[in-house]
Write a protein that binds this ligand. Sequence first.
Ligand SMILES: [Zn+2]
Length: 269
Amino acid sequence: MWTEQNAPALVTSGEPPLVQNFLLRMLPRRDLQRLYPMLQRSTLTPRRVLQHAGVPIEHVYFIEDGLVSVLANADERHAVEVCLIGREGVVGGAALLGVRSSPLRHFVQIGGDALRIRVEDLKRAACEMPQLRALLHSCLHGFLMQSSQSAACSLSHSLSQRLARWLLMAQDRSGRDEIPITQELLARSLGVRRATVSEAFKPLESRGIFSKDRGLIRILDRKRLEEIACRCYRLMRLKKESPAKSNGRDRFYALSIFCALLEIESLVY
Ligand SMILES: [Zn+2]
């Protein structure tokens, strides 16, 4: 029986592996081909806890599809979302900083899949591949900045602004126009009651900015949603340069947070 524990590592036939994770796509081709056999595909089932708080980190997950919410405990009963991770990032990256566990819980908000690697294998690879190391460090810095900005946002901006920001970030990171999330989970992400989110939905829905149906939110007017979102979105958005500007090569900025992250040419697929 196939399980994640006995799943074979991926193999490559010499062609560049097809990957969706932005960090993997930004690696030089030779590095990706060396790293790829150490990766295992892992299914991200909605509501799965990918990394429990306080439990030793065994794997780092490069998210290929889906969305992971990072939660900090506010008290024994409540947790607050401090970060969203999608195709631009990894879960478990704190292990690269030398810590054995994280106090944060990593919860699959939108299902999909990931490529995971054992922490020891990734540490060894990062020592041998300077660009992999630089990308992972940039990613960790991005998460730190996103967490800090999320805290400022919660204290400073209205629920409508934060709701718009969350939907835009979820769309960017999952690559989907339809976001499968219930109002209950969205309320938890925003740190408010379900009824409060329901009230915030009404004016946006009546203006045709999005529609919702049975746990699925469909974004209909992204431009207006961007106008409503607070300025935090501009600091936390993902950005991809147009092919015309990048001389035909894909060129990604993993995150544009405070203009702090690397710009690295990716492979051409
Ligand atoms: Zn904000």
